[in-house]
Design a protein around this ligand. Structure first.
Ligand code: SER
Length: 316
């Protein structure tokens, strides 16, 4: 049995991860949410939910105590482009929020998963097959909070023994809950346009490569790392993980295999383009593979087939 609190359970990752955790574990899988982002439908019906604002330490502590929580999935965050427009809020959620989670975890003995990102890397990190341990000097607030979060999480492990674990997610692609305000979101939006038969206006320039991953692999990574035997760990916060890397031309031509009439034109967004240019083309995930057995299942083609099929089924 496992009692889990998911903070940010109605967001892009949380809405799917909460359901997946409920299908695996028999304990309380609590959907934590903020006012205005209440769980709906299956997410609401299939288990307990509580208002848990990550900036309110008391609320986190009360939920942990009420449900005997042993593991916290801390998924509250602003994605990269939104974080640039609200840097103060991004810090409050990403850092003050994480500090609250870690303090509750220290006092009440919980394990903590906090996603990190390809956004921890910056312009002078190696671009191709970016190594696990290399320079991390992002210029975005998103990246600043992710690097600081990695350091703080390792500090809580080393200083207080809090079982903190993390992966650096690439752009996550899913047909369930749309992302909002990320730099990699184009790779989700493109499928919606293609299935609707619309021309896709791509905000990222041709030739811009970024790492991406199908959501089912991302969810598996988040669960497998928390289940992993830590005796093999040389790292904790955070592991590079990877599945595929492409630019807009490559994903568009893959979609054309299944929707031949699909057309795309470029309307590059300078903010997102600058962020994308500062990120790696691809990550080296050897350490995750070696230390806890990470392996992706989906490549671009199998993801495209599934995305198109699922979106058609949804009747979008
Ligand atoms: N998907 C995220 C973003 O674009 C990257 O981790 O902000």
């Amino acid at each position: 049995m496992k009692n889990v609190l998911v903070i940010g359970s109605t967001g892009q990752i949380g809405s799917e991860l909460t359901m997946k955790l409920r299908s695996i574990y028999s304990g309380n899988i609590v959907a934590g949410y903020i006012a205005g982002a209440e769980p709906k439908g299956e997410l609401k019906e299939s288990g307990p939910s509580e208002i848990v604002d990550i900036t309110n330490r008391q609320q986190i502590a009360e939920a942990v105590s009420k449900y005997g929580i042993d593991t916290i999935y801390n998924l509250a965050a602003l994605l990269s482009a939104v974080a640039e427009s609200k840097p103060q809020l991004a810090w409050r959620i990403g850092m003050d929020g994480l500090f609250n989670v870690l303090e509750v975890a220290r006092e009440m003995n919980c394990a903590v998963f906090t996603p990190s990102s390809i956004g921890v890397f910056g312009n002078n990190s190696p671009k191709d097959k970016t190594p696990q341990d290399t320079i991390r000097n992002p210029k975005t607030m998103y990246g600043v909070t992710k690097v600081s979060g990695e350091l703080l999480s390792d500090y809580y492990f080393n200083r207080f023994g809090v079982d903190t674990r993390s992966v650096r997610f690439p752009g996550l692609i899913s047909y369930v809950t749309p992302p909002g305000g990320g730099t990699t979101d184009y790779a989700v939006d493109i499928y919606y346009s293609a299935v609707r038969g619309e021309v896709f206006k791509c905000p990222i320039a041709a030739g811009t490569f970024m790492d991406m991953m199908y959501m089912s692999d991302g969810l598996r990574a988040a669960i497998e790392i928390m289940e992993a035997d830590t005796s093999g760990f040389l790292h904790r916060n955070s592991f590079n993980i990877a599945a595929m890397s492409f630019d807009p031309e490559i994903i568009a031509s893959n979609i054309r295999k299944y929707i031949p009439g699909f057309t795309m034109k470029y309307e590059v967004d300078p903010l997102r383009q600058a962020i994308a240019d500062s990120w790696p083309n691809s990550l080296d995930d050897t350490c995750a593979r070696r230390e806890w057995g990470w392996k992706p299942e989906y490549d671009l083609d199998s993801m495209t087939r599934d995305m198109i099929e699922q979106l058609k089924e949804k009747g979008i």
